[in-house]
Design a binder for this molecule. Structure first.
Ligand code: PGA
Length: 252
């Protein structure tokens, strides 16, 4: 099976002054060429999205949001909608990041709604799934990932994955420096792909499944070299241009 086009996305989380972000955007833009095989995107905090749009317009680097509200507009103080992200040129939006699930109480149902809202407004959702350490140690990894995935597939159908990206992010590996081994990651990626293939083999073969969790320049090549790992969703290492670009090169 030929592998899919690699994808590397930076999840800046709640980081970056205007000056730091401008320098980071310039650095990333300078290092990614139109000839890159890997698709590259950055997801800055909402307030920095206009800066990303200004800096990255016309470049090989796309940008996206880290979250969205399911409504189009209205009385939702503090929230940002899909059409607003689209208006600022976003192509992608992360949905169901484990920090949103654990710190802001987003349920599988909420995540599925956000996934649908993203697609309804022309954004490609990057759907995050992944187990906690306790769940892994309790042999629940597959059950948890299946439940998170199924919530979306039941509501939107397997064909919706033609316009989506999946990110497997084991919670115990996020920001901890403890990366999943290439084999641990590959096993879950294969499980996800096989689960989708039960509904539609063509969609399963085409959908990109990113790994996230302490990915860096030094381990990206081995991870992305696995048959079912198509790139990365990068947190900490996306805040340092050289480190992020090293991952992009590994994906290339
Ligand atoms: P990390 O974060 O690369 O800092 O582990 C990944 C993520 O949360 O998307």
């Amino acid at each position: 099976m030929s592998k899919r086009r690699p994808f590397v996305a930076g999840n800046w989380k709640m980081n970056g002054s205007r000056a730091e972000s401008a320098a980071l955007l310039d650095g990333v833009k300078a290092g990614v060429s139109n000839a890159s095989k890997a698709e590259v995107a950055v997801c800055p905090p909402f307030i920095l999205i206009p800066l990303a749009a200004e800096k990255l317009a016309g470049s090989a680097v796309a940008w996206g949001g880290q979250n969205l509200n399911v409504n189009k507009s209205g009385a939702f103080t503090g929230e940002i909608s899909g059409p607003m992200l689209k208006d600022f040129g976003c192509s992608y939006v992360i949905v169901g990041h484990s920090e949103r699930r654990s710190l802001y109480g987003e349920s599988d149902a909420t995540v599925a709604e956000k996934y649908g809202a993203a697609q309804a407004h022309g954004l490609i959702p990057i759907l995050c799934v992944g187990e906690t350490l306790a769940e892994r140690e309790g042999n629940q990894t597959e059950a948890v990932v299946a439940r998170q995935l199924d919530a979306v597939l039941a509501k939107h159908g397997v064909a919706s994955l033609k316009n989506a990206i999946i990110a497997y992010e084991p919670v115990w590996a996020i920001g901890t420096g403890k990366t999943a081994t290439p084999q641990q990651a590959q096993d879950v990626h294969r499980f996800i792909r096989e689960r989708i293939a039960k509904q539609d083999k063509g969609v399963a073969d085409a959908v990109r499944i990113l790994y996230g969790g302490s990915m860096k320049g030094s381990n990206a090549g081995e991870l992305i070299g696995q048959p079912d790992i198509d790139g990365g969703l990068i947190g900490g290492a996306s805040l340092v241009a050289d480190e992020f670009l090293a991952i992009c090169r590994a994906a290339d």
